[in-house]
Design a binder for this molecule. Sequence first.
Ligand code: CDT
Length: 312
Amino acid sequence: MSRVITVGAAQLGPIEAEHTRADVIERLLVLLRQGAERGCDLVSFPELALTTFFPRWYTDTVDGHDHYFETEMPGTETKVLFDEAKALGVGFNLGFAELTPPDDDGVQHRYNTTILVERDGTEVTRFRKVHIPGHEADEPWRPFQHLERRYFEESPEGFGVHRAFGGLVGLATCNDRRWPETYREMGLQGVELILIGYNTPIHYAPDPGQNALQGFHNQLCMQAGAYQNGTWVVGVAKGGTECGVESLAQSCIIAPSGQIVAQATTCGDELIVAACDLDRCKDFKETLFDFARYRRPELYGRITGQKGVIEP
Ligand code: CDT
């Protein structure tokens, strides 16, 4: 039986501060319907796809951006997207800021979350971002801030892999894509398709020398992750100049060989599509990267036993 999934990477252009959820959902619906017309089984949306990238602004209290968070998914405004996807028979993943209900101690949690929904409308999973970049405190010296560490908690759950779309599917979010552990954790569960949404400002204030390399680093880490684990990787940007901040576009779909098979050519709303044959993963998983045969975990203790560098 064929295991080809047709995947659409639905890149978004900027979402300005004054844009409402309803404005954005209209754009998501356009891309979703394009995906249906082009035969997609799955349409992949970016990180924090419902609002502007609010961690660029400091607020005195951590709840100062709570109006950008969702307390329900689907909620009253997002339900139309879920209903339309189900009617079209198209699955999707969507990044959003999640404010949880109070836990047993009455504490609400804020996560940078992505939901994965099957073609029949059932929820497959919610993934919460593991690697939270940036800083916690106000740093007004920056031309804009990256306060994800103020507004989001780190995932307590890690990287799961799920039986969905006829294969083994995993999720990661933006900064997660830069870390080899992300791909290997899922590679060790046999992942065949990894969906990654991102918001990546071109300007990196701690070391602007990296600015010109943003596109290179984006491809470098996702192509390496795909090849070294024999998996498809789909990277989906919210790109363009949003609230005066330029962000990387360059959404792409990467084969288990590490080759890019489709890439966005604009910085705006754009759907790119590729037929992803999940059986091609075996070409790598059962040869050069036959983990059970070749890995040496007994020599990799530092990977999980140690956090920072300890020099010899
Ligand atoms: N959204 C996100 O994780 N962005 C980071 C920006 C660099 S760290 C300030 C990224 O890794 O692309």
